[in-house]
Design a protein around this ligand. Structure first.
Ligand code: PAF
Length: 273
């Protein structure tokens, strides 16, 4: 991979990179399309990163289908599919990790305390291997996106990080590889996540700017669906992720909800007029 990237760079080609954990869906394909626009040479990595799963999470059962991924990637104009081996990325005695001090202490980092350490570490390793000029991430994983932006600034990676808006199913459910875990009934319940975000936007439009009120309404809406468990619903500063009490400037509303055993996340901006 490094030799290929060195060659591309020596030819003056720009390398665009889309890191993924595979099981590609339309959401990934929108990142790939963006990558295609941004670079001469487009690299997609497929690696289910064990370092970002805690014991008891879905590392083993995470959906995988390399043949289908290769097919989709090829049809989408990807030049290189990079599928590193676990032992290559984490050789015996591996002991160096990338950890951020503040951004992981919010949202998903609370219930998944080692998740962003695993993400930042693997992304740093992939950056050093793929050597891209530009890398593309989805806004659905908002916290991941701003953590990568912070890491790139803090550690002087010469890489432009581009975010792509969340792609949704026609009814509004954010696309995610984990949607495949849902039964048909759960798929209907899962829509409450999108509805809660839309409700928040509507309340704000009607003049309610108290974050606690909005969170309460969203929470009631979700709880009215059997089989849902709220991990968190937060309205926070989009840069620091610190909770906001009053929405008097653009705020991020983010939430994680378990539908049965499947944990789904989503977010939207709340923009006061
Ligand atoms: O967003 C993902 O799929 C993963 O967290 C990433 C960025 C590929 C790192 O493993």
């Amino acid at each position: 991979m490094q030799e290929h990237s060195d060659l591309m760079r020596s030819l003056g080609k720009t390398i665009a990179f889309v890191p993924t954990m595979g099981f590609l869906h339309e959401g990934h394909l929108s990142l790939i399309r963006k990558g295609r626009e941004l670079g001469d040479n487009l690299v997609v990595s497929i690696f289910v990163n064990p370092a970002q799963f805690s014991p008891g999470e879905d590392f083993e059962s995470y959906p995988r289908n390399l043949d289908r991924d290769f097919d989709l990637a090829e049809k989408s104009g990807v030049d290189v599919i990079f599928t590193p081996d676990e032992k290559e990325l984490y050789p015996r005695n591996f002991q160096t990790y990338v950890e951020l001090e503040k951004l992981p202490n919010h949202l998903c980092g609370i219930s998944r305390p080692t998740f962003f350490k695993g993400v930042a570490t693997v992304v740093a390793k992939l950056f050093n291997t793929v050597k891209p000029h530009v890398a593309v991430f989805g806004e659905k994983d908002y916290q991941q996106l701003i953590i990568i932006r912070r890491m790139v600034r803090d550690l002087n990676f010469e890489i432009n990080i581009v975010g792509v808006p969340t792609l949704r199913e026609p009814d509004g459910l954010a696309m995610s590889s984990r949607n495949t875990y849902l039964t048909s009934e759960q798929r209907i319940d899962a829509l409450c996540i999108y509805k809660a975000l839309k409700k928040a936007q509507e309340l704000l439009k009607n003049g309610i700017n108290d974050a606690a009120n909005i969170i309460n309404a969203a929470s009631e809406l979700i709880k009215s669906h059997m089989g849902t468990t709220i991990d968190y619903i937060t309205i926070c500063d989009p840069e620091t992720l610190v909770d906001m009490e009053t929405i008097d400037s653009p705020a991020l509303m983010a939430l994680a909800v378990k539908i049965g055993k499947t944990r789904l996340i989503d977010n939207m901006m709340l923009n006061p007029e």
